[in-house]
Design a protein around this ligand. Structure first.
Ligand code: NAD
Length: 638
């Protein structure tokens, strides 16, 4: 169709009245001209699915727009609103009135001018020949080293800028597109695209949500402040309460400071800044929660304190208003039980920094009502979070799966592995510890750095002129392992009688990720999460799992295969047991003990069972298992 419009002896004009994304933009480029309404926008989001515009887009766009615009749109997925599209030659007119009428009038006033017959601008051919496209590819590679689509996109753009004919360029596009569309990487990214939408549908939750017109936040610290910003930025008035004036002032200062710095950099107008600040009302009084629709509690992680503030809130809030806790791991059933009506409670686990991180893990307790849960999901949508509903188990989904991963990272280091390795996570486990706080898995080393006041990325160190010091010495965006930490680790090894050995990259990946996947399987088996793709979304948006690998459960099913994971877990399980029996310094670990579900999916995969399109094998097998199981999680019967 695109070629037919291009070859038409009569002038063809696309009237574009909305978002022309991907295929839509390509169809419009099949026409000789484009007239768009002011609200129209153009983009090629294929790269986010590990693909390229395979409907002639890579050959047509550089024939109307500057090469660097084509790079930004196709390689980086940049969206161009109508005005920018006009400036860049993608459209020929912005309609002032009815877009179809104006496009028709435009067609009558112009001769045919097929894009396929237009040359790429001489200057752009020159840029391409002088390495501009290679430079763009290098930048894309530095940002996402494992992605393959960028190289294919650049190959197509190079073809467009070469001496090849338009038809020859299309052949390059078709061959690169075919390569990508059958790649596992694109399958992973398409899986995530659908997983994100599927996460919004929570089994058994169909009630119409309550409107959230005003929100209360209890605790103006790191998390409370970030959460308050999320709501204000969506125009929702926030009552921010803390217990002492100085803490409240510190919280407000941080919030307003972050917005002020945006305004200073020209990323926000002064008016917008004022509007946002006016939306947050600081208070020390519970009475100010009297008319809020929901409170999100973010006081320190102390069970008795949480119970007390829940009782205090109950006294002052409307009985139908929701109370949510941002606890990272306390038992929410226990907190909710202090209230007369625990059905109004659920967990809302935000990630730090809450105003930046996209994930929201919503936690359903055994008493949460359907209305509470549906309102919690709607709340996530309201503040544009990627929201996943999970059950109330230790560490919920994300942190529970992180425990074996972090535990093995430290164990591997002790055995001799280098502290840095590459899999594609946004941040490795050790660096993550320096950001969010080191766990106590290696007490000797953690005590050593903490005694010296080196708590990680946020504790500057004058002696090394570092912005932060923990396991690493952090300077700006770079970091190096602290030599004092390495020396301390040598001491620890000697004391435990551990002789360091070379550890392969393969062993590191297997021990970190297979133990994490196994834990994910246990969570699914116990019914604390509805489906395997929900786990993938938690890891993509909360823990920086590389999108090209589709999340831990997709990675297990499609990249590695369950039989191999099962076999390797058994090997590591035996080794961990031997370590525990032979060396008194080690405790037993259970995370290598294979889950029942893993054994079942490994068996199914061995027999060649395939999941129908749009489903995962884990979910197919899980459905069978859940029907028969008496697991404790809320999704175990659904
Ligand atoms: N920090 C993280 O990375 C992170 C991530 C997810 C969840 N969480 C959870 O969020 C909660 C808060 O953590 P944080 O890191 O923001 O802590 P924080 O110490 O930065 O903030 C806690 C705030 O609560 C205030 N506070 C203490 N007692 C209070 C009371 N009785 N009434 C009102 N305010 C009171 C404190 O003054 C402080 O401003 C914890 O449950 C934590 O586990 C933290």
């Amino acid at each position: 169709m695109i070629s037919m419009m291009d070859a038409s002896p009569k002038t063809t004009v696309a009237a574009v009245n909305g978002q022309a994304l991907g295929g839509g933009a390509e169809v419009s480029l099949g026409c000789h001209y484009r007239v768009a309404s002011a609200k129209a926008a153009f983009a090629f989001p294929e790269v986010s699915l590990g693909l390229l515009p395979g409907g002639q887009g890579t050959q047509r766009l550089p024939r109307v727009a500057p090469l660097m615009t084509a790079v930004q749109m196709i390689l980086q997925g940049k969206v161009l609103p109508a005005a920018a599209a006009m400036k860049n030659g993608i459209i020929d007119a912005v309609a002032k009135g009815d877009v179809v009428d104006e496009a028709a009038a435009f067609a009558l006033s112009k001769p045919p001018n097929p894009i396929s017959k237009r040359p790429v601008a001489h200057a752009d051919r020159f840029y391409a020949a002088s390495g501009a496209l290679d430079q763009a590819l290098l930048m894309a590679h530095n940002q996402a080293p494992t992605m393959v689509a960028p190289a294919s996109i650049i190959a197509c753009l190079k073809a467009a800028c070469s001496t090849m004919s338009f038809a020859e360029g299309l052949k390059v596009e078709a061959s690169e597109f075919t390569k990508l569309v059958f790649s596992i990487q694109s399958a992973a990214m398409r899986h995530l695209f659908f997983a994100e939408r599927a996460a919004q549908k929570v089994p058994g939750v169909n009630a119409k949500p309550m409107p959230i017109k005003k929100i209360g936040i209890l605790g103006a610290g790191l998390m409370g402040g970030g959460i308050a910003m999320c709501f204000a930025q969506k125009g929702v008035p926030v009552i921010l309460k803390d217990a002492k004036q100085e803490w409240l002032d510190a919280g407000m200062k941080k919030i307003t400071g972050l917005w002020a710095s945006k305004a200073k950099k020209g990323k926000m107008t002064e008016d917008k800044y004022k509007q946002l600040v006016a939306l947050v009302t600081p208070t020390l009084n519970y009475e100010d929660f009297k008319d809020v629709d929901m409170v999100i509690e973010a006081v320190p992680e102390i069970m008795d304190l949480k119970k007390q503030v829940f009782l205090d809130m109950e006294k002052h809030m409307r009985p139908d208003a929701m109370i949510c806790t941002n606890t990272s791991g306390l038992d929410i059933n226990e907190i909710a039980a202090v209230l007369k009506d625990p059905s109004r409670v659920m967990g809302c686990h935000f990630f730090s920094p809450a105003n930046v991180m996209q994930l929201l893990e919503n936690i359903q307790t055994k008493h949460s009502s359907e209305l509470t849960l549906s309102t919690g999901m709607a709340m996530g949508k309201l503040i544009s979070k990627k929201t996943v509903m999970v059950g109330n188990c230790d560490g919920f989904v994300g942190n529970r799966m992180l425990a074996p991963y972090a535990g093995e990272a430290k164990m591997l280091w002790e055995e001799g592995a280098t502290i840095e390795q590459k899999f594609g996570m946004a941040m490795g486990p050790m660096a993550l510890g320096d950001l969010v706080g080191q766990s106590s898995l290696l007490p000797e080393v953690v005590d050593f750095i903490c005694e010296k006041g080196r708590f990680g990325m946020k504790t500057p160190d004058a002696s090394t002129k570092a912005d932060g010091r923990g396991l690493f010495i952090h300077r700006g965006r770079t970091k190096e392992v602290d030599p004092e930490v390495l020396a301390k680790m040598d001491e620890v090894r000697k004391a435990k009688g551990v002789v360091p050995r070379a550890v392969s990259e393969e062993e590191i990946i297997e021990r970190l990720f297979y133990s994490m996947i196994n834990e994910g399987m246990k969570i699914l088996e116990e019914g604390f999460v509805a489906k395997s793709s929900d786990v993938d979304i938690v890891y993509l948006y909360g823990y920086g799992f590389p999108p090209a690998k589709g999340g831990p459960m997709f990675f297990a099913e499609n990249y590695v295969g369950f039989p191999k994971i099962l076999e390797r877990l058994k090997v590591y399980n035996a080794a961990a047991k031997e370590r525990f029996t032979k060396n008194k310094h080690y405790l037993p670990v259970d995370y290598f003990e294979p889950s029942k579900l893993l054994e079942m999916v490994a068996e199914a995969q061995k027999k060649g069972v395939k999941a129908p399109p749009g489903r995962t094998l884990i979910d197919v097998v899980l459905k069978e298992h859940r029907g028969k199981s008496s697991s404790p999680g809320p999704f175990s019967k659904l």
